[in-house]
Design a protein around this ligand. Structure first.
Ligand SMILES: Cc1cc2nc3c(=O)[nH]c(=O)nc-3n(C[C@H](O)[C@H](O)[C@H](O)COP(=O)(O)OP(=O)(O)OC[C@H]3O[C@@H](n4cnc5c(N)ncnc54)[C@H](O)[C@@H]3O)c2cc1C
Ligand code: SF4
Ligand code: SF4
Length: 947
């Protein structure tokens, strides 16, 4: 029996990396981008190979299993297990060397694919196995899964690009692979005599030579990431262990370093979309296209196209309605005429054969890049399908020989029709690798049974067609039970291989080699027993449960969540919060956990930037889930002193403005800041906004207009107290310039900060009062305008969610961002176009909350201003997130979260930064030293309107 406390104690003294055995961390790692859920006993974050050596020795001694993990984006359950999870993405993520002349790169396993590609691009190189998950998946995970992507039809899979590996064996030996002449094994083999490494070489040589015919008989005839790759272990009498390690899913060793072959980026590409009205015709097109040597043929079906269309409106002409299948076809090469010619030949052949309904080439590289973005987005976008029936991945990775594809698809569609299931499909048609995802309810026992039957029939069909049950995603818990079907007697050799490497079965057990009595529907994240418990909170609402179930754990949030970017570990990612809340609501965590500080500390790592609302492929409303979870904590413990102060800062603002010079001076005194940090938890180095005596309300007396052309302006605290002469006056005067009478109502603070802190109950009075005042104005014919995106977001998104009533929803429809309003004027030909030159070289930042509100139209107005040079458009988070970055515990994290933005601004040569969010401006000024300005002030200066 393993004693987790003792193991934790030992490991903490043994290794330099982090060791976490707490319930929260274990729960976060209990699932990944798969259908499964298994809680590990602990999670280790090694810092180097030495840590892994010690860990493997200890695990072997104590009989504890080790499961390596990168981004946890593998789809078949490879990255979950019950022993120790070893997360290599946090520390072991360095690019060690890029040698463009000799065409290789040396990396640690935790390097994210796209980061490597970005660096390689600087040398005109790339690493061809490019997965759709490249923005977050790691090289180590790609090696272990033999991952590949759209371009594998031309360039092959990961196994074709691994030159050598450094790895830790199950006994803790650190070894390096390299091709070895077969005859040197075992006697002249340079490894340590009597070592496990030597036993492995000797054993593998024997197995492969003795079973040469059997191995050849089962050599895959289609792209494959199934089973152990015994097929390429010996080539031209050279023995290359790395060929076997690639695709072994962490069951044979842990990779600590990889030397990868990298090649020249092709100079020219030509891309087109081809449309089919029938799946069999789509299948028939593949062998024809392959004759022309494409670099990619990727596929999306009508359901995916429908979902992508909603997101990519500008690409509408490529995304027609009522289409069965669409191929994205690419040719690449050194000669641009040749590449374009091939695309034309492809079109001619497909049209002549009567296979396509249409064929649309991309006009230029920019359009081609956008089409690829669409295809990559399509990979996870099926999460947006609504309802209990979810697009499940279980037969999602089959591949067959191309010449049998049409027949296979016809039969597969027959199976699906018989079980009466709809599907969503994407994939790599060039490899005949179709990611078909049947829509089934994973909580319904009859659908789970259907799942089993469909899997059985589909995999039998695949085997009959000499295909592979996994073309690229790997076996994991999902396909391991079916491997004998695919490999027959050869499967027995896999057991021998595993025993050679891992005699105690401690490396990622249950994958490739099955665990006794375990089927592919065991340990499901959802299953017939899945139930919600009642917490007596707003989290019990069905709406919350739907949000939780929309998240399939894809891991995309590891690429866009700024908190993850700064923290670099799983707890920062959006999905960690979803997994925790789900666990708390389904009894996987003890009920008291929901109100614990440990739980809240993870919820606090969502600072409500709302990027999830546009960038999560399934559009999971993670910020709402997190603030409701924080509200449960606040209900029990109340708001902290820190949150009470920061959440109610607007209450002291009138006083601070009255004594503005004194208040501002006081805030600069070191002892005061030291005291503020000690008592209120506000970081002493945080630059604070200055108060102004001439507030907006002091400048403009409140007189309600009576004319027809009138608007109300919800100025918000920043425009009123901190930047009245800039943001505030400019908004009013620009509106006046358009002939509007402007009314500034006496409202409460929008409370976005307090709501974010979980102070929903504490904000209720202010929210209700604001809704009363603003609704009354709407009744009187006013539209309500905002210059601060966060205030607008509170009224337009948070209030209706919190109040859940018709009145607040109606109010939301009458609230607009100032540039939305001006854009509408422009569309109606009513924008005043007499703009004077403004000599400015500025970067433009789209604040997160503005992005969350929909398409930002600001630049469409600003770009009309003569003399204004926009050096860069930065759609990145600044990291301050209102009051988050003011807190002493998050100050550093907040600056780190903003680093990509600061780098972009500084490298653009901007002399000034335009941003509509007051706190973003504060942060940008502090981090870059550049002055900032609200966009409305830029416009105001161009109008040269005098107040
Ligand atoms: C939306 C989406 C799209 C995808 N598209 C593709 C695609 O186009 N092509 C494709 O091939 N896959 C795709 N995948 C699957 C997945 O992203 C890839 O398999 C990816 O390479 C896994 O990398 P990871 O870092 O997430 O690995 P993880 O999921 O963390 O781990 C994968 C396996 O690698 C092992 N492992 C990790 N690191 C090491 C190490 N250092 N040493 C030994 N073993 C290790 C783990 O134990 C596990 O068995 C997609 C997934 C998603 C969610
Ligand atoms: S929160 Fe969204 S992006 Fe993150 S894992 Fe869930 S579905 Fe994917
Ligand atoms: S809302 Fe922002 S901070 Fe919160 S989880 Fe989503 S991306 Fe991360």
């Amino acid at each position: 029996m393993i004693d987790p406390d003792r193991v934790e104690r030992h490991l903490k003294t043994l290794i330099s990396g982090d060791v976490r055995f707490d319930e929260i961390t274990r729960t976060i790692y209990s699932t990944a981008a798969c259908l499964y859920k298994i809680k590990p006993i602990g999670v280790i974050y090694p810092k180097n190979a030495d840590d892994l050596v010690k860990l493997a020795e200890y695990a072997s001694d104590q009989r504890i299993s080790l499961t390596a993990r990168g981004a946890g984006s593998s789809l078949a359950g490879q990255a979950v297990n019950d022993g120790l999870i070893v997360d290599l993405s946090k520390y072991m993520n360095r690019i060690i060397e890029i040698n463009p002349d000799d065409g290789y790169a040396v990396v640690q396993p935790g390097v994210v694919q796209d980061i490597l590609q970005r660096e390689l691009k600087r040398y005109g190189k790339f690493f061809p196995p490019d997965t759709s998950s490249s923005a977050y998946s790691t090289i180590g995970g790609g090696i272990a899964n033999n991952s590949s992507g759209a371009r594998s039809v031309k360039y092959g899979t990961t196994k074709d690009y691994v030159l050598s590996l450094e790895l830790v064996l199950s006994d803790g030996d650190l070894v390096k692979t390299k091709p070895v002449p077969l005859e040197l094994i075992p006697d002249d083999f340079p490894g340590r005599p009597g070592s496990l490494e030597q036993e492995i070489y000797e054993g593998l040589k024997r197995i492969t030579i003795e079973n040469r015919d059997l191995i050849e008989r089962y050599r895959p005839k289609a792209k494959s990431s199934s089973g152990y790759n015994l097929f390429d272990l010996i080539q031209n009498r050279m023995f290359d262990l790395s060929k076997l390690i690639v695709g072994s899913e962490g069951t044979l060793c842990i990779v600590t370093e990889a030397r990868l072959r990298v090649i020249d980026l092709p100079k020219h590409k030509a891309v087109a979309m081809a449309y089919f009205d029938d799946v069999v015709k789509a299948g028939m097109a593949v062998p024809i296209l392959l004759e022309l040597g494409p670099s990619a043929i990727d596929v999306m079906d009508g359901l995916v196209v429908d979902l992508v269309r909603m997101r990519e409106r500008e690409l509408g002409r490529f995304l027609p309605e009522k289409v069965e299948m669409v191929y994205l076809i690419e040719f690449d090469g050194e000669d641009s005429d040749r590449v374009r010619q091939k695309l034309k030949e492809a079109e001619r052949s497909l049209r002549e054969e009567g296979l396509v309904t249409d064929f649309l080439p991309a006009r230029d590289q920019d359009e081609a890049d956008k089409l690829w973005r669409v295809r990559k987005a399509g990979s996870a976008i099926l999460g947006r399908v609504k309802g209990e029936k979810r697009p499940l991945r279980f037969i999602e990775d089959v591949s067959v020989p191309p010449e049998r594809l049409a027949e296979f698809l016809g039969k597969l569609w027959g199976i699906l029709k018989r079980y009466d299931v709809r599907v969503g499909t994407i994939g790599h048609a060039g490899d005949s690798n179709f990611h078909v995802r049947p829509l089934l309810n994973p909580k319904d026992p009859s659908d789970i049974e259907k799942m089993r039957l469909i899997a059985e029939e589909t995999f039998s069909l695949v085997v009959e067609m000499e295909g592979s049950i996994s073309g690229e995603h790997g076996d994991g818990l999902l396909r391991t039970p079916f491997l004998r079907k695919e490999f027959g007697e050869l499967y027995d050799l896999f057991f021998q291989v595993k025993r050679l490497f891992d005699p105690l079965n401690l490396l990622n057990p249950g994958k490739i080699i099955p665990q006794e009595g375990k089927g592919f529907t065991d340990n499901l994240r959802y299953g017939p027993e899945y139930r919600y418990i009642q917490t007596g909170s707003r989290l019990d609402r069905e709406r919350m449960h739907e949000e939780l179930e929309k998240c399939d754990g894809c891991g995309t949030c590891r690429s866009y969540c700024p908190v993850f970017g700064a923290l670099g570990e799983e707890r920062g990612a959006s999905r960690a919060k979803v997994n925790l809340i789900r666990a708390a609501l389904t009894g996987d965590l003890p009920p008291e956990m929901l109100t614990s500080t440990e739980f809240k500390s993870v919820m606090d790592l969502c600072y409500n930037c709302k990027r999830c609302l546009s960038e999560c492929p399934a559009l999971v409303n993670v910020p709402m889930l997190c603030l409701e979870a924080r509200a449960v904590y606040v209900r029990e413990h109340g708001l902290s002193i820190q949150n009470l102060f920061l959440g109610n800062a607007s209450k002291i603002a009138p006083l601070a403005t009255t004594f503005a010079p004194l208040a501002n001076l006081t805030m600069q005194l070191k002892p005061i800041r030291w005291l503020m940090e000690l008592i209120l938890g506000i970081h002493r180095d945080r630059r604070m906004p200055k108060y102004r005596f001439m507030t907006l309300s002091r400048r403009y007396p409140r007189r309600k207009p009576t004319g027809e052309k009138k608007v109300a302006y919800f100025a918000g605290c920043y425009a009123n107290y901190n930047d009245p002469a800039g943001e505030g006056v400019s908004t009013v005067e620009v509106l006046r310039r358009h002939g509007y009478e402007v009314y500034i109502p006496k409202t409460k603070c929008c409370n976005v900060a307090k709501i974010t802190m979980g102070g929903i109950k504490e904000s209720m009075d202010d929210i209700r009062e604001n809704v009363d005042i603003l609704s009354q104005l709407v009744d009187e014919g006013f539209e309500i305008l905002f210059s601060a995106p966060s205030c607008l977001l509170a009224v337009r998104m948070e209030y209706p969610e919190i109040l859940d009533d018709e009145r607040s929803k109606r109010l939301a429809e009458h609230c607009h961002y100032i540039f939305e309003f001006l854009f509408d004027l422009k569309e109606r030909g009513e924008l005043v176009e007499e703009l004077n030159p403004v000599d400015m070289k500025a970067a433009y930042q789209i604040p997160c909350h503005l992005k969350a509100l929909g398409e930002d139209r600001t630049l469409e107005i600003l770009r009309r201003i003569p003399g204004l040079e926009i050096t860069t458009v930065a759609d990145r988070c600044c990291g301050i997130a209102g009051t988050f970055g003011m807190k002493k515990q998050y100050y550093d994290l907040s600056l780190k979260a903003g680093e990509p933005l600061f780098r972009q601004i500084l490298s653009s040569g901007a002399e000034l930064v335009i941003s509509s969010c007051g706190t973003c401006r504060l942060q940008i000024e502090q981090a870059t030293g550049l002055k900032t300005i609200h966009p409305i002030e830029v416009l105001f200066r161009s109008y040269e309107v005098k107040p």
